[in-house]
Write a protein that binds this ligand. Structure first.
Ligand code: C2E
Ligand code: CA
Ligand code: CA
Length: 709
């Protein structure tokens, strides 16, 4: 570029003058001299050359220098070609003026001074070479801008667009002329989630860019002409030269990337089965919602849902139906909630709902009621009508309190309370629940420790046959250790339900079973005890453990006593509550030769039909009936009816909780043979069994009953 060949035109009718000028200039670098002997020839040469300077003689025959100069200045392509007039020695100032008017930029007089003419021409050569270089650089930059894969615009500080490259106009779908001079905001708009108001968008952007020199912003909306808007990413720079220097903005279509990102985000944040928010996303939202209640001084409500007996449906009807059921429930949840509320699946059959901006607790409870009612409506899944219910725990957060982990714990505790309150209901967290939950956690820990050190005791309560007038068996009842595990021993009524919430109940069951078997086995060697029966309590949770029968078999094959000496007591509610599995297990136990007793009979509203189909040998009438016998005629009639049914089904009856002689006489009058209760003996430790076998109360009863009779 620096050695661009510059063409110089020397126009003179005098050959010697042309020769002289040519010789003078020849020594200059990078020039080529072209000669013309007349004005016409000069014009001809001009048509296919680009001259750096024209040295033009004024006095020529035909067409003089002025006319040639005028012509050159009038032609678009050459009007900027510098003309240097060569005048005669005697030229007047009028002549010089004419020369300038005709378009000349300089003049020299004949005879020319070589040094002067050479230097003047040299200046034009230098200027030409600079110009060529600038043009080259300019076209190179333009080429870069044009070939850039991104749209480029230059925007004034007042937001008018000054320049757009071809990729930019392709993206905007308008030719550059339609874009240049328009406002930035006509094409570019902030992302819809942005908090900035539209009018402030450009000024804010400009300010930011000025401050930092450059700035990148993802997801700006581009509104092309006659097309739908799409997201673009912009990169802005501003030269720091002066206060209001324009901003250069590069922009590119990021539609595909945004779609991909959204898809990834969805995968990361949503549960694939139900399309509800997943646990992680819910957790994030919860944190944000809590912070918001602090900022805005408002209330937010957290509902924790757990479907009732979902596992049963999943196990019996299959996972496909289970999955569809979860999907339908998710849809129902969404349909109940407002757009601002959030529903999430925390895992399994556990869901959560966040209600922001809750004005009252009543409002939260109304939502909970709506959820309960809607979920409980029958669902049609794969042609089957299924009804499922849910339990809901409610916890509220006010002004940022409590924090996320405590709030979750509260909701959990309230949910548990709802489950305990009989399911298909909601409970709102109250502080008393927390104490209860702490107590439960304490008991659970202690249970583990007690099991580890095998510190449980077992007490035995005698069962008396009134006809045989002797103790015919015992019921094994578990006891919390006297000391070392909390201040006072905890009753089984309290700790068994807690153990039932985990695998602990299986371990407790196994412990009691082994102790009972050891005792029964021991009794086989003793003539006065080898016919005694031993009853143990089975929890419903044990019966639903898949390998319960295998475990039982593992224990039992070590012993030789006959199976019907071991009696399993199962509460009526356990049987009512549970599925076919439980009933099958009962039949298996029966077929193995064990006797089965229906415990706490009368508390669970059994239907007679039910009794008929279950393999029970013994009915244990719940102590609440026995205790009311003396003062309630209806209870009397009820127990009478139970006795009739038991006789009809050939079942034995045990009256539980007989505490005094009056109750004893009543059950006797009703025809009940077997009795268990404090009247004869409280449950006793193993070393007191002999004492209870020959108990005074039995003797005194015999004497008294003979008087009664
Ligand atoms: P349950 O099976 O109905 O046991 C009878 C309960 O009544 C025992 O309470 C016993 O001490 C009490 N009782 C007996 N006679 C009288 C009486 O005349 N008056 C009164 N007021 N009560 C009497 P306990 O030992 O506190 O057991 C409570 C419950 O805990 C049991 O009720 C049973 O459901 C459960 N349980 C006890 N031991 C075990 C066990 O080893 N496994 C399982 N799964 N549950 C057990
Ligand atoms: Ca029992
Ligand atoms: Ca009972």
């Amino acid at each position: 570029m620096d050695n661009h060949q510059c063409k110089i035109l020397v126009v003179d009718d005098s050959e010697s003058d042309r020769f002289l000028l040519t010789c003078t200039l020849e020594s200059l670098d990078n020039i080529e001299i072209i000669q013309a002997s007349s004005g016409h020839e000069a014009i001809e040469k001009l048509s296919d050359n680009d001259f750096t300077v024209v040295l033009l003689d004024i006095n020529m025959p035909g067409m003089n220098g002025y006319e040639v100069a005028k012509y050159i200045s009038s032609v678009e392509d050459h009007k900027h070609t510098p003309i240097m007039m060569v005048t005669a020695q005697h030229a007047s100032s009028q002549d010089v003026l004419l020369a300038y008017e005709a378009g000349a930029v300089d003049y020299i007089t004949k005879p020319v001074v070589p040094l002067i003419v050479r230097n003047k021409v040299k200046q034009f050569v230098v200027i030409k070479q600079l110009q060529v270089k600038t043009d080259y650089l300019k076209s190179e930059h333009e080429l870069i801008l044009e070939s850039a894969g991104q749209g480029v615009i230059k925007v004034n500080s007042d937001s008018t667009i000054q320049f757009i490259n071809s990729k930019g106009s392709q993206l905007i779908n308008a030719i550059p002329d339609k874009v240049v001079g328009t406002l930035f905001s006509q094409w570019f708009q902030r992302y819809h989630n942005d908090t900035i108001v539209e009018e402030d968008f450009f000024p804010t952007l400009y300010k930011q860019v000025r401050l930092r020199g450059s700035h990148q912003q993802r997801e700006i909306r581009l509104n092309p002409q006659d097309r739908n808007n799409f997201p673009v990413e912009i990169t802005c720079t501003v030269t720091q030269d002066y206060e209001e220097s324009p901003m250069i903005i590069l922009f590119q279509d990021v539609t595909e990337r945004v779609i991909l990102e959204r898809r990834l985000l969805h995968l990361a944040n949503y549960d694939p089965l139900t399309q509800l928010a997943n646990r992680a996303y819910f957790h994030d939202t919860l944190m944000r919602a809590i912070a918001r209640t602090k900022r805005l001084n408002c209330t937010m409500v957290f509902l924790m849902l757990d479907l009732d007996r979902f596992k049963l449906i999943n196990d019996t009807l299959g996972h496909d139906i289970g999955d569809e059921l979860l999907q339908s429930i998710a849809l129902r949840l969404k349909s109940i909630l407002r757009d601002n509320d959030m529903a999430a699946r925390l895992g399994g059959d556990e869901f959560a709902v966040l209600i922001e901006d809750c004005t009252s607790v009543q409002e939260a409870e109304d939502v909970a009621t709506r959820i309960l009612v809607n979920i409980a409506k029958p669902l049609l899944v794969q042609g089957k009508e299924i009804t499922i219910e849910t339990s809901i725990g409610i916890a509220c957060c006010e002004n940022g309190e409590p924090n996320e982990s405590i709030l979750t714990k509260w909701a959990d505790i309230a949910l548990y309370a709802a489950k305990s309150a009989g399911r298909n209901t909601f409970q709102r967290f109250i502080p008393a629940m927390s104490e209860q939950a702490e107590q439960q956690a304490f008991i659970q820990n202690q249970l583990r420790l007690i099991l580890e050190s095998r510190a449980f005791n077992i007490y035995y309560q005698p069962q008396v046959s009134l006809i045989e007038n002797r103790v015919v068996g015992f019921e094994a009842l578990i006891r919390w250790p006297e000391s070392g595990y909390g201040e006072t021993p905890i009753s089984p009524d309290q700790f068994i339900p807690i153990a039932e919430q985990s695998r602990l109940i299986q371990e407790i069951g196994e412990f009691v079973l082994i102790q009972a078997c050891e005792l029964l086995e021991h009794w086989q060697t003793m003539p006065d005890k080898k016919d005694l029966t031993l009853s143990i309590n089975l929890s419903a949770k044990q019966l639903t453990t898949p390998n319960f029968l295998v475990q039982l078999d593992n224990v039992l094959h070590n012993y030789t006593f006959t199976p019907n000496q071991l009696i399993f007591e199962i509460t009526e509610t356990a049987v009512l509550d549970h599925s076919e599995d439980v009933i099958n297990t009962l039949h298996t136990l029966k077929s193995l030769g064990f006797d089965l007793a229906l415990d706490d009979f009368g508390t669970g509203y059994s239907s007679l039909n039910y009794l008929q189909n279950l393999p029970f040998d013994i009915i244990k009438i719940d102590q609440c009936f026995i205790q009311r016998l003396g003062n309630c005629k209806k209870t009397w009639a009820l127990v009478e009816a139970i006795m009739t049914i038991a006789n009809a089904f050939e079942m034995d009856v045990v009256a539980e909780g007989v505490e005094d002689l009056l109750q004893l006489n009543s059950v006797m009058t009703l025809g009940c043979d077997k009795v268990q209760g404090f009247y004869f003996s409280k449950p006793v430790p193993v070393n007191k069994i002999d004492e209870s076998l020959s108990m005074d109360s039995l003797l005194s009863f015999t004497s008294r009953s003979s008087t009664v009779a």
